[in-house]
Design a binder for this molecule. Structure first.
Ligand code: HAM
Length: 504
C-alpha cells in the first residue's frame, strides 16, 4: 500500500509542550480514519483527533503529571494491517520537545558550570545496572520502587533509581589507580516507580556531586556551598529556600545508650524517616518490631523534635561526635558565607540506609514542595559492596522540583528560540547558491535556518519571526551574478547588499 503524505489536518499529536513549563496537558479520544501512512517501516493510522480534558489527565497535571493518564498502558491496537500507537509516553515519564529541551539544557548547563567552578570531574554510568547493586536489605522505599527485570541472558537487571551505588561501583573498580580525594559529578536519568505527586515522577534527572576520600566536615561544607552557588545562579534566594541539616550520629548516640546493635542502625533510620509519611504509632510499631525497646523509641522521637543545636547539646551533652561535626559545619558555613541558608533540624534523617553522618535536605520555605535536593555522608557504603570503606559524601539534586519552584517564583528564564540567520533562495535554481551562503555563515559560527524548499516570501518572514532570526539573507539571481546577496536586519528593517566573503 503506498504511503499517504503526512497531513496535519488528519494526525494531530497531543500538544504536550509542558512537562517543565506548564503541567497542563490534554488527552484525546481517537477516531479511526481511512488513510494509513508509513514512517520508518511502522504503519500509522491517520486519525481525526478530538480533544477532551479527561478527569484522569487533570489529576495527573495537578500532580506534576506527564505521561499517559491511564493506569494501564494499552499495547498497539492492530486493525488489519494498521497499527495504531499511543502517542503519549508512559505514565510518569516525559517527552522533551524543543522548548522544554531548552529549559533542561539551561538547568543542566548550570549544574555543570557550578561543578566546574568547584573543580569536579564529570563521570557517567549505565542507566541499566545489575539489580543486586540496589537491593539493600534495610527496607528502603527505593527498593520497592525499582524498575527491574530479567534480560534475554537471564540476568536480573534494573534501571538505576539513584546514582550513588553506580558511583561506588566505579570507585571500587578503579581501585588504587585513582588518587583520592575524588571529586566527581554526574547528571543522569533515574527511574523510580513512585506515587506521582508534584515534582515527583517515575523518571527524573539528578545532578550529583560526591567527594570520595575526605573524612572531615569540610567536604559537606563544600558540597552545600556548591548547591547555594547553583541556587544563586538561577535566581533563587535564601528567602526562598533553606537547608535542614542534622547528623545520623545523633540517632547513633541515642541507640548506643540503649545498647541497640550497630547492625540495626540503617534499618532504624529508614523507619524513622517515615515519620512525616505514616502515623507516628505505625513508626513506633515498626521500630519495636525491629528490636528497639519502647523506652528507646520514646527517647528517639523526643530527640527528633529538637530544632536547635543548643537544645541538642542539652539532650546529648556536648562531648559527642554528632555535636562536634554539626558545630564545625555551622562554623564553616559562616566562613563560606551561607549561614543564613542552613538550620539545624534533628528530624532530617533521610530515607536511604547508607548515610552515616551529616545529612541535609534543601526545602522551599513556603513548604509547598517536596525536598529539592538531599545528601549526606556515607562512610560505610563501600564495605557493603565487599570493598574497603572509604569516607564519602555527596548529594542528589533533581530536575523536577526546582523547576516547579522557579515557576512558583516567576523565575523561569526566557529561553525562546534564537537564530542568527535565515537564508532563502528566491529562485529554485539558486538553492545551491543559498546552501553556499549558509555554509559560509556556519563556518563563521552563525546559526542558520536554510529554507530547503521553494517558498513564498510571506512564509519565509513568518518562519523568521517564529525562529527569532536576526537577519534574513535573500539569494536572488541578479545579485548572485554580481557576487552579492541581499541582507535584511529583521528588527529594524534595514537592508543592504554584501559580498559572500564579507558576510559575518
Ligand atoms: P534522594 O533524596 O533519594 O537521594 O534523591 C535526591 C533528589 O533527587 C531529591 O531531593 C529530588 O530532588 C530528586 N528526586 C528523587 N526522586 C525523585 C522523583 N521520583 N521524581 C523527581 N525527583 C526526584 C539520592 O538519590 C542520593 N543517592 C543522593 C546522594 C548522592 N547522596 C549522596 N550522594
Amino acid at each position: 500500500m503506498p504511503a499517504t503524505p503526512f497531513s496535519c489536518s488528519y494526525l494531530i499529536l497531543q500538544p504536550r509542550f509542558n512537562s517543565y513549563f506548564n503541567p497542563l496537558f490534554r488527552s484525546f479520544t481517537y477516531q479511526l480514519s481511512t488513510s494509513p501512512l508509513s514512517f520508518n517501516g511502522i504503519k500509522f493510522t491517520a486519525a481525526r483527533v478530538h480533544s477532551s480534558l479527561s478527569p484522569a489527565a487533570e489529576t495527573d497535571s495537578q500532580s506534576g503529571g506527564g505521561g499517559r493518564s491511564g493506569a494501564l498502558s494499552p499495547g498497539p491496537i492492530v486493525a488489519g494491517e494498521v497499527q495504531r500507537i499511543d502517542v503519549n509516553p508512559p505514565k510518569g515519564t516525559r517527552d522533551f520537545p524543543p522548548e522544554e529541551m531548552r529549559l533542561r539544557n539551561w538547568l543542566f548547563n548550570n549544574f555543570k558550570e557550578v561543578s566546574r567552578l568547584y573543580g569536579f570531574e564529570e563521570v557517567d554510568f549505565p542507566v541499566l545496572e545489575n539489580e543486586a547493586l540496589f537491593t539493600r536489605k534495610a527496607g528502603e522505599e527505593i527498593k520497592d520502587q525499582l524498575y527491574c527485570f530479567e534480560d534475554r541472558g537471564n540476568r536480573r537487571v534494573a534501571l538505576r533509581p539513584e546514582l550513588t551505588p553506580s558511583l561506588a561501583r566505579l570507585v571500587i573498580q578503579k581501585g588504587k589507580s585513582v588518587p583520592l580525594p575524588l571529586k566527581w559529578f554526574t547528571v543522569g536519568q533515574c527511574w523510580r516507580y513512585e506515587r506521582m505527586t508534584r515534582g515527583r515522577r517515575r523518571e527524573h534527572y539528578q545532578w550529583n556531586m560526591d567527594i570520595i576520600g575526605v573524612p572531615g566536615v569540610m567536604a559537606e561544607a563544600e558540597l552545600i556551598s556548591s548547591i547555594v552557588t547553583l541556587f544563586k545562579r538561577i535566581g533563587i534566594k535564601e528567602s526562598d529556600v533553606g537547608f535542614k541539616v542534622s547528623s545520623r550520629k545523633v540517632l547513633q548516640e541515642v541507640l548506643k545508650c540503649y545498647s541497640i546493635p550497630e547492625s540495626l542502625f540503617g534499618k532504624v533510620c529508614v523507619i524513622i524517616d517515615k515519620i512525616e509519611k505514616i502515623p507516628v504509632d505505625e513508626v513506633k510499631k515498626e521500630l519495636m518490631a525491629a528490636g528497639v525497646s519502647q523506652e528507646a523509641v520514646e527517647e528517639l522521637l523526643q530527640v527528633l523534635s529538637v530544632k536547635s543545636l543548643t537544645g541538642l547539646e542539652e539532650k546529648l551533652g556536648s562531648s559527642g561526635k554528632a555535636i562536634a561535626d554539626l558545630k564545625q559545619l555551622f562554623s564553616l558555613a559562616e566562613k563560606f558565607g551561607y549561614s543564613e541558608w542552613i538550620q539545624f533540624d534533628a528530624s532530617v534523617v533521610r530515607g536511604l540506609a547508607y548515610y552515616t553522618g551529616i545529612v541535609f535536605e534543601g526545602f522551599d520555605r513556603e513548604g509547598k514542595l517536596r525536598a529539592i535536593c538531599g545528601g549526606g555522608r556515607y562512610d560505610h557504603l563501600f564495605s557493603t559492596f565487599g570493598a574497603d570503606d572509604i569516607p564519602a559524601c555527596g548529594f542528589g539534586f533533581g530536575d523536577a522540583v526546582v523547576v516547579e519552584l522557579l515557576r512558583e517564583k516567576g523565575l523561569l528564564p526566557d529561553l525562546s528560540l534564537q537564530m542568527d540567520y535565515i537564508v532563502c533562495a528566491l529562485d529554485e535554481d539558486l538553492q545551491g547558491a543559498a546552501a553556499m551562503v549558509a555554509h559560509v555563515l556556519r563556518k563563521k559560527g552563525q546559526s542558520v535556518d536554510l529554507v530547503l524548499e521553494s517558498k513564498p516570501l510571506k512564509w519565509v518572514f513568518k518562519r523568521a519571526a517564529r525562529n527569532n532570526a536576526q537577519r534574513l539573507v535573500l539569494v536572488g539571481s541578479s545579485e548572485w551574478q554580481r557576487g552579492v546577496v541581499g541582507v535584511k536586519i529583521l528588527a529594524t528593517g534595514e537592508q543592504y547588499e554584501v559580498k559572500l566573503d564579507e558576510l559575518i
